[in-house]
Ligand binder design. Sequence first.
Ligand code: AAO
Length: 512
Amino acid sequence: MKLLVLAMLLGLSLAQFSPHMKHGRTSLVHLFEWRWADIAEECERYLAPNGYGGVQISPPSESIVITNPWHPWWQRYQPISYNLCSRSGTENELRDMITRCNNVGVNIYVDAVINHMCGAGGGEGKHSSCGTYFNANTKDFPSVPYSDWDFNDGKCHTSSGDIENYHDINQVRNCRLVSLLDLALEKDYVRSKVIEYMNKLIDMGVAGFRVDACKHMWPGDLSIIYGSLNNLNTKWFSGGSRPFIFQEVIDLGGEPITSSEYTGLGRVTEFKYGAKLGKVMRRWDGEKLCYLRNWGEGWAMMPSDKALVFVDNHDNQRGHGAGGASIVTFWDSRLYKMAVGLMLAHPYGVTRVMSSFRWDRYFVDGKDKNDWMGPPSYGNGTTKPVPINPDTTCGDSWVCEHRWRQIRNMVIFRNVVDGQPLSNWWDNGSNQIAFGRGSRGFIVINNDDWILDDTLNTGLPGGTYCDVISGQKEGSRCTGKQVTVESDGRAYFKISNSEEDPFISIHAESKL
Ligand code: AAO
């Protein structure tokens, strides 16, 4: 017990909540299922020039390769070893990508799958992404190596061996999540293998981790693991920098395990954010934009300095994980741009932008039968590169939300207003709202079914500003709308409810 308390304290004092972003950048983008070679190019040609601070990459560890269904995206959440060859590329390509992104000031955050290995039904001698042998039936993973006694099964008391009841804490943490072989992280040996894996990535230059399935791991074990991680590589980070940790814990309320058990260890993904914002944007359950006046902690979310926020993620955009039908995604592009814009304008949390691929949705009884479909691939299951169209959008089925002008320009807005408090809130008692960030930026949103036609106090210095939603500033002109702020800070706004993008946003650097 004393040891655990000591470990917790150690973990606490070493806990890392800062994403260590460079050059005043504030947001990361999840380049879901992108190849390392494409991410390297994207860092250099797009992310750095447009103010993105980091990338969350798909799990780089060796995973099972599943052919029924055909190469689903989720095969990468079934590790076979900590070798670094995956659907996204080889270890050398990974290293090259980390180096090149760091060299242009874009951080890499690794999706670390450490709660489990592959599914119990994974079989023997099946395919794995580096070609390594394993036997899921006997729980033998020789290239880690893990064997039978490195798993939790003895401590799980459900008849299936799986988690059957989320109200039983012991089940959630000692049984198998959707039949995935559950690692015994209380064993020094197992922890040492996980730590070795994470430290290798830190030494290669990554800035931190999205830790998968944290609800299913004991906070005490995680505390010891995080406490044993190396400081970040001083080639790119200042001495003594601790890795950024953001933990995936789905807490929508109503379960005994809460995110607050993890916020002492690092940041936590705030799933209430996207679920509630989705309801507000869709105006479900009587929700209205004007109620966002106290958005954040006021909506029963965790403290802002502990939260990692997002409108949708790779799970809930296709009905996995949690959040439900309210989640807004690129499929509802008009609402999505407004929701992401609002998130990026608002000071709450560290913000993550989602970048997706399109798949053939096929709903039967409200459930998408094709929720398994992987990224754009060749016939043999190899992921395709991301082609860039002349108009800067992405080709094939890569959606590249992060390249949509409205979203990209709001990422820049967030950098420009960083550190400024929320100010000059205005609403019409319905779905028209506006707020500023000190004297650096101002956003106006119309999600009502009628026109917005008002003079509002922006808090900005007088002058002519370019709206960064309908266009942006280019040289000495605006490519979209122009907003005139009077010397008293007031400006006239008119936004029709029938516009494709019924919102306007201006900031200090969009001033002519
Ligand atoms: C695949 C197959 C399975 C098969 C398995 C093993 O689909 O049929 O058994 O292989 O062979 C991803 C996919 C899985 C896939 C897995 C492995 O999503 O389909 O399984 O890879 O290939 C829970 C966890 C959370 C997890 C989420 C999906 O707590 O950590 O499930 N997310 C991460 C990743 C995810 C990945 C894994 C973990 C595994 O982001 O991509 O899985 O590495 C409740 C609980 C949540 C729970 C959800 C879903 O949510 O609270 O903790 O998430 O249920 O089971 C209301 C409630 C809300 C509730 C929700 C849904 O909204 O308010 O709390 O209903 O019931």
